[in-house]
Design a protein around this ligand. Sequence first.
Ligand code: Z15
Length: 803
Amino acid sequence: MNMTTNMRPVSSAALKQAVEQHLTYTLGKDAGHASVYDWRMALSFAIRDCIVEPWFRATRSTYEGQRKRVYYLSMEFLIGRTLEDAMINLGLLEAARDVANEVGFDLREIIEDEPDAALGNGGLGRLAACFLESMSTIGCPAFGYGIRYEHGLFRQRFEGGQQVETPEDWLTLPHPWEFARPESAYEIGFKGEAVDGGWRPAESVVASAYDMPVIGWQGRWANTLRLWGAKPTTLFDLERFNSGDYAAAAEPEALARTLSRVLYPDDTTYQGKELRLKQEFFLTSAALQDILRRFRTEYDDLAKLPTKVAIQMNDTHPAIAGPELIRLLTDVHGMEWSQAQEIARATLGYTNHTLLPEALERWSTWLMGNVLPRHMQIIERIDDDHRRATKRPAHVGIVRNNEVQMGELAFIMSHKVNGVSALHSDLVKKTVFHDLNEIHPGRIINQTNGVTPRRWLKLANPPLATLISDKIGEGWIGDLEQIKTLEPFAKDADFRRDFRAAKRTNKVALSNWVGETMGVKIDPDAMFDVQIKRIHEYKRQHLNIFETIALWHNMRENPNAGWAPRVKIFGGKSAPGYAVAKEIIHLINDVASVINSDPVTKDLLKVVYPPNYNVSMAERVIPATDLSEQISTAGKEASGTGNMKFTMNGALTIGTLDGANVEIREQVGPENFFLFGLTADEVVKHRRNVRHARDAIEASQNMQSVLQMIVEGRFSPSDPDRYHGLVDRAWNHDHYLVAADFDSYYDAQRKVDALYLDPDAWEEQAVLNTARSGFFSSDRTIRGYMADIWETESALVGEESLT
Ligand code: Z15
């Protein structure tokens, strides 16, 4: 089967006809009165039509070849926009541009009319979206399973410099990329009681499927993202209704309406809320019922499940999959306990994404027993079996201190457990799963994260993508290792000039956007120094803003000392309940307004923080970045994936030896990376000194001045005490070692200045960063999962090679 030859190139004329057909007959609009929204919908339907054929063919090929399928279970898929990505992967961008122009619209305007699908918080959700695209590009038969949240991640505004959240409502307008599948629906139970060898739930909802096609590069393959929406089992409890208890009669509806209503807005912290546990079970049970139903239409022996099905748990959020699969195999399909346990383990894999204690899910046995009584029994039996089999004392168990430890449960129920960068996987073995690693040597492996070069280079950065393709051909798009053939051009002055020109085009576009949306004028020739990610103490945006203050202070003292002009760009959301992160946001905005109105430094330094950072903003900012800030406390950032996007786009990194920074530095060469700060081992030792912050501050004139300016109210003159708490924490509760790393960071930044003032030397290093980014394609990551965890093969093997 060959997808490429069957995918007819669509001419502009043919596409125009298809768009007009949809405008008229699907949308019922007259072209003379069509808005940008109408044209976007018509174009989306026309493009979607081109996906349907390859999508069917991929499905048929999987059935006919009796291929093993991968099921990626995730509470988050941070997709962003779909239209442009689909057009790029189908090679229809140019045809679409012609069509838009002919009907009197700008294609960019149509593309940007699409709201982001923000069904995720940050790295974990965006990784899931990159993985889906790579699985389709590679031809790995797969389904993503998630929740169709009516409200994705909240929108962020700033009022007086403070974060204000408003609800996100991407589904208010029809979403052209989903197909409702009301015929694929499953009942999901909650509460009630465990009865011998079974469960009688007291409540239930229906999980109803919505499918989105995921098209790979050049349309060779397509997979499905299946999102579940909650529906009431019955609109009314008739018995209660008839007996006059009207409020209680509507309860089933109330539960269904809340279940898939909203995404929990926490990244790397969990809250322990009953509704969240219900959401996790809702996703997991719907997915497993669907997987078993599909398996049973093709095969008769459930013992063969692991040969045809691989299920990946994205973090512990779907870790109830272990007990639920055992329950379905035993209670529903009559399999014997020990075989069910073996089959489940051989089918499941678990990815760990963090070591932060506040992120490790633990559910009280009371809550678990109440919401999922049968599963609580099963968990206890898994725990007993494991203790007996491994002759371990109680303290290594799943159930400890009256809590179900979801990490332990996921580990024990999986045949492979993976970390997301080399350093992180190493720390997983040494810390959270130290004991389990000794009991099950070889179960923990590493799969370093990656990102899709289609979205993060070709789509986001057309000037650079075109330049690269002109030099080395288009092979890099489907095989990023080929980008290393750019390396020799780092020494080619003409190429460096073109590389610089591409970056400048992106910087001009970003400057214009910042000017229009924020009213701040920034200079495209200044260094664009960018930190965009969730706001979290471990990511240390406060280290960055402290350094900004020191830099500003020193620039004012000595304006002619040959500073490199900079624009500090911040982007990111805080969890609504995370007070310290919100204080950091407030400080950044306060510092920005003081610095941006200072006449002394007006040509040297600006600080901008555009609100509502999301996938689309990342696509705008990353290609325009000179310097990427990856400054987490060593040992805390499991991997990072933004760091990889910057490297691909020719930014240099200033960073600690944390997460995937370690591998980025190895790949690009230590001479092309600005390293600073304590190592993960040193961080652990340093913390033993209770005076670590005090000692560091007392030794640093710069750090003292910064804290002094803040505490005096320099950045909050109308409310001088505003940051007393923050400054007190810097001296006395500096858990993330900002003080200890401050001088090292400040000094590394001055080396960045020096290099920026030598454009030729800077550009050489920037080219080498792009040329050596091949390892960070999510295609490489997915091939690793396929070989080491899923034991699956590409359905495109033997097809024409990926060029
Ligand atoms: C999340 O975005 C990440 C980890 C988590 O445990 C949760 Cl709940 C959310 C991030 C990591 O912080 C980041 O380092 C990593 O690159 C990303 O997952 C993908 O693995």
